[in-house]
Design a protein around this ligand. Structure first.
Ligand SMILES: [Zn+2]
Length: 327
């Protein structure tokens, strides 16, 4: 695992601000717009922004930042002088699974880690994070921290799509409801194993960043839920790569997202890829980081060919760009 600084570096809020600015500039243009994707300058030197909470008896809880924007991602670490058998977290209504890090532990102290995703629509405010564990001698340990969620600034986007994607007929509506049920069941499953290894990557070659995350959407004049993924406008047929090692848990056409692939990376972390022209994998396949899983297309509710890439962490819909470069 990388050092603490890899998470304090270029904080999520910084990236979100950049995205919001880009989003405003292209607010009324559809997915098909192949605007320039600018790389935003990141600070050259790593600055640690860890928020540390000393809970006594050699227990310390570290959070990669004291606050996060809606759709942001935080890394949590629990360090304990005594070896712990298990650690679990609770935040809002969510269970946050911890795993024992393979990082070199300071002074032989084992480090437990977790990812905390802040859902795109989590209301701004402060929420208590409760972390509890059990020592080898069955003693209970506990450490809490307050995490502040700040409201994201998301532009509104007006799009024109085929009428059946705004007012589906009953049969199409039933299919969309079925799809959504299927995805919900997938994201509710926490596989107690970490499949990912090394850094997460952007799923397209030669692309640094995408846009549209969090935008409020108005389709054919009607308001719809916000955009939960990152869009990469790209020609049909462009190869799409797995952003990390994982297991294919869905590879099929869905009503709104067209030909769709979902990868389970373990510990509640999932990535979603939509609108493929062709799917190259099948459910239950294990894929390596960078492996081709399909080709960019324009299936489902789109205004043109692009890849829609989503990240879900413990059911929270998070800006997928927040995990790029992390490991
Ligand atoms: Zn999209």
């Amino acid at each position: 695992m990388r050092s603490a600084n890899s998470w304090g570096f270029a904080p999520a809020q910084y990236r979100m601000l950049c995205l919001a600015i880009c989003a405003m500039a292209c607010a009324t243009v559809g997915h098909a717009n192949s605007r320039q994707t600018k790389k935003h300058p990141a600070p050259k030197t790593a600055v640690s922004t860890w928020s540390k909470h000393d809970c006594g008896e050699g227990i310390e809880l570290r959070v990669s930042a004291a606050s996060a924007n809606q759709g942001g991602l935080l890394l949590l670490e629990l360090r304990s002088a005594k070896p712990l058998l298990e650690v679990a977290g609770k935040w809002t209504d969510k269970d946050i699974p911890f795993w024992q890090s393979d990082a070199a532990a300071p002074k032989g102290t084992p480090v437990w880690q977790a990812l905390l995703g802040v859902d795109l629509e989590q209301a701004a405010g402060e929420y208590k994070l409760n972390v509890s564990g059990k020592s080898e001698a069955s003693e209970a340990v506990r450490c809490d921290a307050g995490i502040t969620v700040r409201a994201g600034k998301f532009a509104t986007e007006k799009l024109a799509v085929a009428p059946n994607f705004v007012e589906p007929n009953p049969e199409q509506e039933a299919q969309a409801a079925e799809d959504s049920k299927k995805l919900k069941a997938i994201y509710a499953t926490v596989t107690p194993e970490r499949f990912w290894t090394g850094r997460f990557r952007v799923p397209l070659d030669g692309v640094k960043t995408g846009g549209n995350f969090g935008k409020r959407r108005v389709f054919n004049g009607q308001a719809r839920p916000p955009h939960t993924g990152v869009d990469f406008p790209s020609p049909t047929g462009t190869l799409v790569h797995a952003s990390q090692r994982g297991r294919v848990v869905l590879a099929e056409p869905l009503y709104f997202s067209g030909n769709t692939v979902v990868l389970d990376h373990g510990w509640g972390v999932y990535t979603l890829y939509c609108h493929f022209s062709e799917i190259a994998v099948k459910a239950a396949d294990m894929v390596a980081t960078g492996e081709v899983i399909g080709k960019v297309g324009a299936t489902g509710r789109v205004t043109g060919p692009h890849l829609h890439w989503g990240l879900t962490v413990d059911r929270a819909r998070v800006n997928a760009l927040a995990i790029v470069g992390k490991q």
